[in-house]
Design a protein around this ligand. Structure first.
Ligand code: ZN
Length: 163
């Protein structure tokens, strides 16, 4: 019984990789991440609006990070499906699916009387795209959705020009 830990184990902080500045975990060898500087990951700059939402203490940035999963879901093309075991057991949260995992992809247009969702938001009534997205969850703010929509469009245009 004495072998059951009473407190969580916490890894010690380590200095970042001396070659690529990646954050390292305790016991991770120096240069493990980048083969001692031989591999460089190509990165693209984070758009300024998105960086502000992700890093500052502005009121709307704090709101964005609080509801970041909802904002992320707004831009998903599909929803996840499967036989989910939602029983709660003591201990850390574990998301369990049994059997086949599905991605539900809706038709391009919503059913009569239903609001657009998932990929329908990209194709259905684009003039009202931001209002439609913001209306999915009451907690979300239209101007944050507009900012994210603008960021996604700019990334898409930038990636298209790289081809
Ligand atoms: Zn490295």
């Amino acid at each position: 019984m004495d072998k059951i830990p009473k407190a969580p184990s916490v890894l010690k902080e380590c200095a970042p990789c001396m070659y690529c500045q990646a954050t390292r975990f305790e016991y991770e060898a120096e240069g493990f991440c980048c083969q001692k500087g031989q591999i460089r990951i190509a990165t693209k700059p984070v758009p300024a609006e998105l960086e502000r939402l992700l890093t500052t203490k502005d009121e709307d940035a704090i709101h964005f990070r609080q509801y970041i999963r909802m904002y992320n879901n707004l831009f998903a093309f599909s929803s996840l499906g499967g036989k989910h075991d939602g029983r709660s057991v003591k201990g850390i949260y574990v998301f369990k699916l049994q059997g086949q995992l599905y991605h539900y992809v809706p038709d391009l247009t919503p059913d009569d009387g239903q609001p657009p969702k998932y990929l329908q938001l990209y194709f259905y009534d684009p003039q009202n795209e931001i209002a439609s997205r913001a209306g999915v969850y009451d907690e979300l703010r239209a101007y944050v959705v507009a900012t994210l929509t603008h960021v996604v469009e700019r990334i898409h245009i930038r990636n298209s020009s790289d081809l």
